[in-house]
Design a binder for this molecule. Structure first.
Ligand code: NI
Length: 201
């Protein structure tokens, strides 16, 4: 997930299931790259998965994002990273938290449940530079995954943090914010979306 504009080079799908992935070769994939529409597969925890997750954290920070999912770097893996910094109205100390305590890694995440009436908030995405539009999401989510060390954990989050988890999880099922914006929000972003589509041709 993304707060402000940025740029990254588009490239084709990089992943072949028989290969070890070179973390240094990963690049942020821009809409309408087909990898962004794939359903991701669970991964077996290995040193390579760990190295990819660490590289994704670096890439997220470099791109000024608060979340990044594996298909956004060309990998159809059930994996995302997040770091929603504390800010006015966002804390890592509340129950549930609305901000991160540092980089968070979710390997093979599962949504355990959501709670509350869906609320709108403007979202951006590192794969859709410049696009910003309102998306409705439930305010609280509980998610289960393996962490960077391969240990299982469960975490409930709300506010921007919960929203970020849901946004990144959507990427693992091939869903983009464009699919969740209403016609009015899509119209506001029409020029940017069209130019991304033209660039790819
Ligand atoms: Ni995104």
């Amino acid at each position: 997930m993304h707060a402000r504009g940025g740029s990254a080079a588009a490239s084709g799908t990089l992943y072949d299931a028989t290969m070890t992935v070179d973390p240094a070769s990963l690049k942020i994939q821009l809409y309408p790259a087909s990898i962004l529409r794939e359903r991701c597969e669970p991964v077996t925890y290995t040193d390579n998965v760990r190295a990819v997750a660490q590289r994704m954290v670096e890439m997220m920070y470099k791109a000024d994002g608060v979340g990044l999912a594996a298909p956004q770097v060309g990998l159809p893996w059930m994996l995302f990273v997040a770091d929603v910094p504390e800010d006015e109205g966002r804390s890592s100390e509340t129950t549930p938290p609305s901000a991160s305590r540092g980089a968070e890694v979710f390997i093979n995440p599962e949504i355990v449940g959501t709670a509350g009436i869906p609320e709108p908030m403007a979202e951006g995405c590192l794969s859709l530079p410049g696009v910003l539009g309102e998306v409705f999401r439930p305010p609280t989510v509980t998610i289960r995954a393996l962490d960077l060390e391969g240990n299982p954990f469960e975490r409930t989050a709300t506010g921007l943090l919960g929203r970020c988890y849901l946004h990144e999880y959507d990427h693992l099922t091939g869903v983009l914010i464009l699919d969740k914006m209403d016609d009015r929000e899509l119209r506001k972003n029409k020029t940017l979306i069209s130019s991304l589509e033209r660039r790819a041709k």
